[in-house]
Design a protein around this ligand. Sequence first.
Ligand code: SF4
Length: 663
Amino acid sequence: MKLLTPVRIGTMELKNRVVMPAMHLGYCQAGQVSEKLVEFYRARARGGVGLVMVGGCAIDEHGYGSMIQISDDKFLPGLTKLTQAVHEEGGKIAAQLFQPGRYSYSFLFGVQPVAPSELPSKLTRQMPRALTVEEVKQMVVTFAKAAARAKQVGFDAVEAIGSAGYLISQFLSSVTNLRDDEYGGGDMERRMRFGLEVARAIRQAVGPDYPVLFRVGGNDFMPGGNTNKEIAEFCRRLEAEGVDAFNVTGGWHETTVPQITMAAPRGAFTYLARGIREAVSVPVIACNRINNPELAEQILAEDSADMVGMARAMIADPALVNKTAAGRTGEIRKCIGCNQGCLDAVFTMKPVGCLVNPLAGRETEIKLQPAAQAKNVLVIGGGPGGLEAACMAAERGHRVTLWEKSPRLGGQLNLASVPPGREEFNTVIDYYGNALNRLGVQVELGKEADLESVKAFGAGAVVLATGAAPIVPPVEGVDGPNVVQAWDVLAGRAVTGKRVAIIGGGAVGCETAVLLAQKGTIDAQTLHFLALNNAEDWETLKQLATRGVKEVTVVEMQKTAGADIGSSSRWVILQEMKRYGVKVIAKAKALRITAEGVLLEAGGEEKLLEADTVVLAVGSRPVKDFAEKVKEQLPAAYLVGDAVTPKKALDAIYQGFLAACEI
Ligand code: SF4
């Protein structure tokens, strides 16, 4: 595979073409490298990745809490430990030099954000202070000093971040750079100056032979911002300043184009890397939603890039490269782009974890050990918690049997994968299916457990992952023929009419709304066909792609829909609902369901929401009566997942994992 062949960035030889791009992890305290951070990256280096890029590493007092700092010599001992750990595992490590500009928050460090111009971002809504010319020149020096520190502590390369809407890209864009001095204005040459000076100063600070990379957004995806064409020109100029490689991502954090949620197709932004590659002669790294070696290989084979960036893919499975090299790709835990454990944690200032890999970020806390004594373990329930428990128990040497009462594995993952753009939840089920097979777990589908059968089985330990059931709210008319559960809609068991009222605007309600509202829109293939043949104009195509045959309304008691969806995905789902024409009635209560629809109380008034079908999406309750009886009678019984409290798949998998580690 080309993916596993060596490649050079300047003077640095990498053993393969897989780069783990920088990602905020939230593992540091007061900017100092922690043991948690060191062991996290050690595991990735041990897993064979060619280059790990760590950071962002804040070059000054602006940034985010718990991020790595390289702004002062006091951080050097910790950074040295980090580079040593990666080198001990035979890996290469680079530092990403980070200055957020107007994306910084003053409440974190007590410093007003700085920017080319005084324009607040949609992201932070904070007014930044415009840098003076003197301060811009000083900022260039600050980048250079940080680069010198990186070299001093043993990083094999540095990367300046000029993407995502951070300081360098703010200077580059006419949207955020309204200056009329030598660093800005309508002239691209002047807007490029800051970035070019940063590259020049870094090169001078680290010398001619030290590898320097630049992270760029292949297209800002901002109205009036830079496109691939302008960024390619910027890269061409950066190459002349001595930049050795370009790491190409997508748009700004403020863009309305989803960058890394499941809604973005895998490898969707590879064309941006290709555009940069056509303009420069140094290596280019393609990024975003590349989560498996087959896709990575395809990108390299078609010469769209020289390397691939796999950040979350490497959180999900640190051994991705080694497994690929050993021909064990079926054993890779693939990142599904859910963001439940990683980006949603970043936005709530918690340390990063992973839905599909409960060990991610816990390398110092949990050491996997073979079981002291092999037992017969019975797992009841084949949803995410039960699947993880069964696999991990078998991995540790137990003899495991899994009973699932339905004809298929996956539990609620099967429902989660139904709405458009959420298909990747199926990947998790596929992974566990392979793992159960490989680990010799006895799987019995269509097997309902009762107390007698569990006792008769004679297990040394039982894991009870009996899941949850949808709640039926105490609303008059809820048992009418026009009322169905969202779970049944998602499972394809319920038919809905033209006008649909969904009671409950949480994750399930919103995703069911998107699924229904999208019915009758043209599919991707038809869209492609019509576009290619100029059959319709763009406005008509957009209409055909977003206007379905149903009228869908979501009724939510809280002031906004989607409150339980992680913030990295919430805006994407709400945006989809809006585009598909879903109406939301917030702060409303369902009083009664009739043959005409739902009688609501909203804003102190009662009104009828006319509907042919009423869909219930008001949450779920644990299914644990039987499980609690088992627990009373069998001391070695573990209750996990939704059977404890309905939460996210992230929580269910982690609980299943913990139970299996205890047995
Ligand atoms: Fe990928 Fe989800 Fe894991 Fe994040 S939490 S690394 S998106 S699988």
